[in-house]
Structure formats: structure tokens, C-alpha cells
Design a protein around this ligand. Structure first.
Ligand SMILES: Nc1nc2c(ncn2[C@@H]2O[C@H](COP(=O)(O)OP(=O)(O)OP(=O)(O)O)[C@@H](O)[C@H]2O)c(=O)[nH]1
Ligand SMILES: [Mg+2]
Length: 191
């Protein structure tokens, strides 16, 4: 079916950060916001609990530039990691063009990583997106002294060997690479 967005002069690409609670999704979006030139993006929108937990989503809109006379806008969202918030997560994921899974390198969060990835797979199947949406991985919190190995993270959440990037969102390090990689895949699919 022809993509109705092909004929439009402005194209919104939606990329969603998912992953277990506290893995660093909001920290990543805020750090991107601080690093980007002010005229290329809007504010970070998104209500949080007093402890910083994301209530519904974060949203950062970035102007990527022109492609074939069309201006491409990237909408970065984060879904709440709280596993009980399936409906909110699915609402945020609906119509996603790409996903960045932010895994937590803490050994105590390995089960939460697995659960969040299983939930993502169920969400994408529910939304009819399972075979079409590119996923890349941000292995976050690599600064933790007891961080599990990247191989262990691969085995836990990335058995198919999708692109995975080591990151420390609080520094910030390694946060541009995942969003660049998934955006390239999304924009290539539009071309
Ligand atoms: N050590 C370390 N801490 C991090 C890193 N990234 C984020 N954090 C911390 O982890 C905590 C949770 O980060 P958030 O960005 O709020 O996590 P989230 O994924 O948005 O969590 P939810 O909104 O609950 O799903 C905060 O205290 C961050 O400062 C990192 O790379 N290393
Ligand atoms: Mg958050």
C-alpha cells in the first residue's frame, strides 16, 4: 500500500524509547535536548512523578532536515517502564516507525530487562508492528562497577544481534549513536 506520507511536504517519524523502569530513557531524551542546537528542536514535554518516574511519556521533536523536498521531523518519545502500564505503553508505541530499547546494565535489573523486552514484543504484535519496526539497543549504565557484560545483555534481550550501543546517559555518552542508527533505518524506509 502506498505510504500516504510520501506525498506530504512534512514527514513525522516516530521513534520510541522503551525499556524497564529506571533504565535511563528520560535521562537520554533530556541529555539529547541539552546537546542539540536550540533551533533544531522543541522543548521536552512530559509529566513525571515526584521521584522522576515517567507518568505518560516524554516527547522531544527534532528537525532532521530535508529529503527530496520534504522536511523530516523526528519525534522521540519514551514510554513508561512500569510493567503495569501496558495501555499507556501501547498508546505511545502505536504508529511507531522505530524503537530504541534501553537496557539497564545492573545485574539486579536483568530480569526487568527480559520482562520489558517480552512486553515490547507482545506490544508490537498487538499493534501489528512486529515485522516492520526496526529496533536498536542502548545498553545503558555501562559506568556501573558491577555492570553485566554486553554479551550477557545480548543473550537476554537481543538474540537476533540487532545493533547495540554502550551508553552512559548521565555523562552523556553513547546516546547519539542509537538514535542515529534507528533514524537512518526509518528514513531509508521512506525514501
Ligand atoms: N549510573 C547511571 N545512572 C543512570 C544512567 N542513566 C540514567 N541513570 C539514572 O537512573 C535513574 C532513572 O533514570 P530515568 O531516565 O528517569 O529512567 P526511565 O527509564 O525514564 O524510568 P521510567 O520513566 O520509570 O521508565 C536516574 O536516577 C538517572 O540519573 C547511567 O548511564 N548510569
Ligand atoms: Mg522516564
Amino acid at each position: 500500500m502506498a505510504d500516504p506520507r510520501r506525498s506530504m511536504r512534512e514527514i513525522d517519524c516516530k521513534v520510541v524509547y522503551v525499556g524497564p523502569a529506571g533504565s535511563g530513557k528520560s535521562t537520554t531524551i533530556r541529555a539529547l535536548h541539552e546537546r542539540l542546537a536550540p533551533d533544531t528542536h522543541g522543548p521536552v514535554l512530559g509529566p513525571t512523578e515526584p521521584d522522576g518516574t515517567t507518568l505518560f511519556f516524554d516527547l522531544l521533536t527534532i528537525e532532521l532536515g530535508m529529503l527530496d523536498g520534504r522536511s523530516i521531523r523526528l519525534q522521540l518519545l519514551s514510554a513508561p517502564g512500569d510493567p503495569g502500564r501496558t495501555e499507556v505503553r501501547r498508546t505511545v508505541l502505536r504508529g511507531a516507525d522505530g524503537v530504541i530499547f534501553v537496557a539497564d546494565s545492573s545485574p539486579e535489573r536483568m530480569e526487568a530487562n527480559r520482562e520489558a523486552f517480552a512486553a515490547l514484543q507482545a506490544d508490537l504484535a498487538f499493534l501489528g508492528l512486529a515485522d516492520s519496526v526496526p529496533i536498536v539497543f542502548q545498553y545503558n549504565k555501562r559506568d556501573l562497577p558491577d555492570a553485566v557484560s554486553e554479551d550477557e545483555l545480548d543473550r537476554a534481550v537481543n538474540p537476533n544481534g540487532a545493533p547495540a550501543y554502550a551508553a552512559v546517559a548521565t555523562r552523556p555518552q553513547g546516546i547519539i549513536e542509537p538514535v542515529t542508527a534507528v533514524s537512518e533505518q526509518v528514513v531509508r524506509a521512506l525514501a
